[in-house]
Design a binder for this molecule. Structure first.
Ligand code: GTP
Ligand code: MG
Length: 193
């Protein structure tokens, strides 16, 4: 079967360990947030059809910096995942400071995509993040990841529940081209809106 998928042409533009070092640009920007291991970096690779653009890992806590990816229409920032116990205390403290700073001061940030594993979605730290984004008036799309790990019925049930409670949600799997295309469209729409 010939697939005619459209991907986002993403380019890695650099990293920053803290807010003050973040890349300055004047395009729109979307933050990819979520727990460690939720699948943020994998999603970046999937929507750009590149295997190693963003580093992914079975070991949670792989993304330790803000990583900037440029698309034609704007930027995606891959955030460090939260909830990984082995991250050092000082690093946790730094992030607790850097994240609100980012959300409050980053002028070209127009919204966020919150990635959460469909097998255990919207856990405590996800709720904290969701509320923090709302505090800063940042519209948030919830992406339920790894739908290939559950049955279609379960994916549909969880999706309905999450969408009813939080609004604006999508099911997603790096193994499901339809879902990749849907996310590409959504992000293109957000960056050009
Ligand atoms: N089966 C399946 N596995 C996935 C999917 N998305 C991600 N994974 C796996 O989940 C693990 C974590 O993925 P990452 O993309 O590194 O997660 P992350 O959210 O970037 O994690 P941090 O960088 O620690 O914040 C990897 O082993 C991926 O291969 C998916 O849709 N389906
Ligand atoms: Mg990552």
């Amino acid at each position: 079967m010939k697939l005619n998928l459209k991907f986002l042409e993403l380019m890695f533009m650099g990293s920053a360990a803290e807010f003050d070092q973040c890349l300055q640009h004047d395009m729109r920007e979307i933050a990819f947030v979520g727990a460690s291991n939720a699948g943020k970096s994998s999603a970046i690779n999937a929507i750009s059809n590149q295997k190693k653009l963003a580093k992914t890992s079975k070991t949670p806590g792989k993304t330790k910096l803000f990583n900037f990816f440029k698309a034609k229409l704007g930027y995606i920032v891959d955030f460090p995942g939260y909830g990984y116990s082995k991250v050092s205390k000082s690093q946790k403290k730094d992030w607790a400071k850097e994240l609100p700073k980012y959300f409050s001061s980053r002028e070209n940030l127009i919204g966020a995509v919150l990635f959460t594993d469909i097998r255990n979605p919207m856990r405590e730290l996800d709720l904290t993040m969701f509320e923090m984004l709302a505090t800063y008036d940042l519209p948030t799309l919830i992406v339920l990841t790894k739908t290939d790990k559950v049955s279609n019925e379960e994916a549909e049930t969880v999706y309905k529940k999450i969408n009813n409670s939080f609004g604006n949600s999508l099911n997603f799997s790096i193994k499901d081209n339809t879902s990749i295309e849907r996310l590409v469209k959504k992000i293109s729409g957000l960056l050009s809106s």
